[in-house]
Design a protein around this ligand. Sequence first.
Ligand SMILES: *Cc1c(COP(=O)(O)O)cnc(C)c1O
Length: 425
Amino acid sequence: MDYFGYKQGKLYAENVAVAKIAEAVGTPVYIYSKATFLGHFNRLKEAFSGLDTLICYSIKACSNIHILKVLAEAGSGFDIVSGGELFRARQTGIDTAKIVYAGVGKTDKEIIEALNAPIGYFNIESEAELENLITISRNLGKNPKAALRVNPDVDPRTHTYTTTGKKESKFGVDIERARHVFNKYGKNGTVQLCAVHVHLGSAGKSVQPYAEALQKTVKLIDELRADGFTIEAIDMGGGYGADYETSTAPSASDYAGVIVPLIKDKGLKLILEPGASIAANSAILLTQVLYLKQGGKKKFVIVDAGMNDLIRPPLYDAFHFIWPAQVDPSLVPPKKFRHLNPEGCEQVDIVGPICEGADFFAKERPLPAVKRGDLISIFTAGAYGYTMSSNYNGRPLLPEVLVDGDQFSVIRRRQTYEDLIAHEK
Ligand SMILES: *Cc1c(COP(=O)(O)O)cnc(C)c1O
């Protein structure tokens, strides 16, 4: 589900032709669809409405404060991983009790900021961190709530870099050790250890790992309760699949179908931390063809966006559907699909201007013929797109545009050259 589509061969974001946005703000540019963000959020909310559920959108996926505001108004809480993200979350005016905080390396400064907010739950990643949280809370006279992040040793079968729920990962504590941690710290009198957190990693294509992890976690919660601990919430993390290709990810109701029955009679509040499943196909990265070039047998399409603007293809070996923003109506793609290859396409490498071999968006990809000046859309760029961008090669960060129906607004302006050196003066 998303609101990017072709009308008479021209690509639209909701009811705005993307070419019109390029004309107004230039390229490259990130273009977001408000209706897509809200559509994903509301489907998830609907699917889990049978439970006491708090959806905490994961800020690191896509963090523009105008987008956070849209989600906060729809009822979302936030999953943060740093003090900077806490600061962003607070720009929305949200009730800070709807914020959960994960991360293996929280600094004292960040912990104090979160205690003072005060946030809803600290997601504890190690015994050393819990000890530190207890000390700081005691000194400040605070009694925060915390969830122990457990590592259920389940493989979401995704890229190694986005796998976090296996034993060998740096996140959480091994599930067999969780009871020991509760026995040691569960009655410390300062930090209320009253929830369990699991996050398997990103880009799961199947609901099966969730069912597996949840069964293990619910069993743990039963044991902890039998040991005399009060467990009020289970946080199932994020990592729900997103449609990088049309209709390939499980839907919100597919996830609810396995999660809800396992916890509905447990008297547990459910927390979800979706990032990519909400943000990924809520944006495109619109870029312009600079040059065409032949190199040996290869044909290169050199565009004005680079890996500093969207690093997912080299970093995660990620697939992004890519298509010109204006095509002959016979070449309008019926869906986003890896093997789409209608007649009239050429096999090309789509690359950026950065001085790195890793600067590519696609290799040996069928693309309708393009020429210098044509606009090309890199789809499903909303998650870990802008938030991972950098100034590498002296390139100003891109503008972000939010489309709402037939209107669009610049929610972050393009950086200038002056911005590049502002902190060096
Ligand atoms: C990154 C992250 C998420 C969001 O993951 P997605 O794959 O974007 O859904 C949720 N929870 C935690 C703890 C994370 O680190």
